[in-house]
Write a protein that binds this ligand. Structure first.
Ligand code: F6P
Length: 331
């Protein structure tokens, strides 16, 4: 089947670099005389037949822009078959020959579901700051989120140090510790709490107090930065804050980084990754591939079946985990 008209959506949590991916898709498609349609607000646009035509002139000056010009959404309705069927009908009515979904795990599940009702190729590009997608070393937006977290921790370290305070820094990641682990290492944080290794509040509190104690002997009168993946501490971070104050008498403050980690201009790693994966997705579709995610392994693009992506857990880097205790103990 000839590929004359392809559609693209950005879906789920937006991520810096999504625009760079849209740009690459448009440029590569146009070089092959393929028309590109951008549906707005993820799967909602497919259901509502809400789209715009994308051209190379429209994606000029876009590679460095955060957010997504197509807007994004988490579409609850797409869990219901009637809406998935409607999306398939709309794609057919619009003569779309293939769809590229830029998004995370939830968006790829939606893509698989759509594949049950629509017989044209669907390819995913991993776009999420969480980096929690199996089959790809990195996801679009992840490096920028780490950069933002590191810059914020560097800044908070200055005031923490001045007041000799403990800071609890809450970073995003949903149920994965990639952002927490790497922003903690890169900012020289004193401790990190990860969903992958968290046991119980009582046990983790003992570990934190033990570390604070060792550090205080090593370097008195200094700050302590503890990086924590969002939603991890049972009952919320105020509980940990109160426990730490009660045990140490040291002032504790909480910094929740939140959605700033999703914004801003993508760093070069995300621009490069987004461009590679956007180009690869179009090329793979032209080669007849479907039902796969365009991932990256050892800097090279690869096709990974959606089934693999859904059924496999992605582990934190074992070497980073191994060195964690050494590098966060005394420095
Ligand atoms: O998946 C990206 C992400 O930013 C997660 O890190 C976070 O848990 C979630 O999205 C927040 O979602 P929302 O923007 O809907 O609050």
């Amino acid at each position: 089947m000839a590929l004359k008209r392809l559609a693209v959506i950005t879906s789920g949590g937006d991520a810096p670099g999504m625009n760079a991916c849209i740009r690459a898709i448009c440029l590569t498609a146009e070089s092959q005389q393929i028309e590109v349609i951008g549906y707005r607000s993820g799967y909602i646009g497919l259901i509502k037949q809400d789209y715009i035509k994308l051209t190379s002139s429209m994606v000029h000056n876009l590679i460095q822009r955060g957010g997504t010009i197509l807007h994004s959404a988490r579409c609850e309705k797409f869990r219901q078959d009637e809406y998935v069927k409607k999306a398939a009908e709309n794609l057919n009515e619009n003569n779309i020959d293939g769809l590229i979904v830029i998004g995370g795990n939830g968006s790829f599940k939606g893509a698989e579901k759509l594949g049950e009702y629509w017989d044209k190729p669907i390819i995913g590009c991993p776009g999420t700051i969480d980096n929690d997608i199996a089959g790809t070393d990195y996801t679009i937006g992840y490096h920028t989120a780490i950069q933002t977290a590191v810059e914020s921790i560097d800044k908070v370290r200055d005031t923490a140090e001045a007041f000799e305070r403990i800071f609890l820094v809450d970073v995003m990641g949903r149920e994965a510790g990639f952002i927490a682990l790497n922003s903690a290492i890169a900012s020289g944080a004193d401790h990190v709490l990860l969903p992958e290794t968290f046991t119980s509040a009582a046990e983790e509190l003992v570990k934190i107090l033990d570390k604070l104690d060792k550090r205080r002997h090593h370097r008195a009168n200094s700050s302590h930065i503890i990086v924590i993946t969002e939603n991890l501490w049972p009952g919320g971070l105020n509980i940990l804050k109160d426990s730490l104050y009660a045990e140490t008498g040291v002032d504790v403050r909480i910094l929740t980084l939140g959605h700033v980690q999703r914004g801003g201009s993508p760093v070069w790693q995300d621009r490069l990754l987004a461009t590679k994966l956007g180009d690869y997705a179009v090329t793979a579709m032209l080669n007849g591939e479907s039902g796969v995610m365009a991932g990256v392994r050892s800097a090279l693009p690869v096709s990974v079946e959606f089934k693999y992506v859904h059924n496999k857990d992605k582990n934190l880097n074992p070497y980073s985990m191994k060195m964690l205790d050494t590098i966060t103990l005394l420095g």
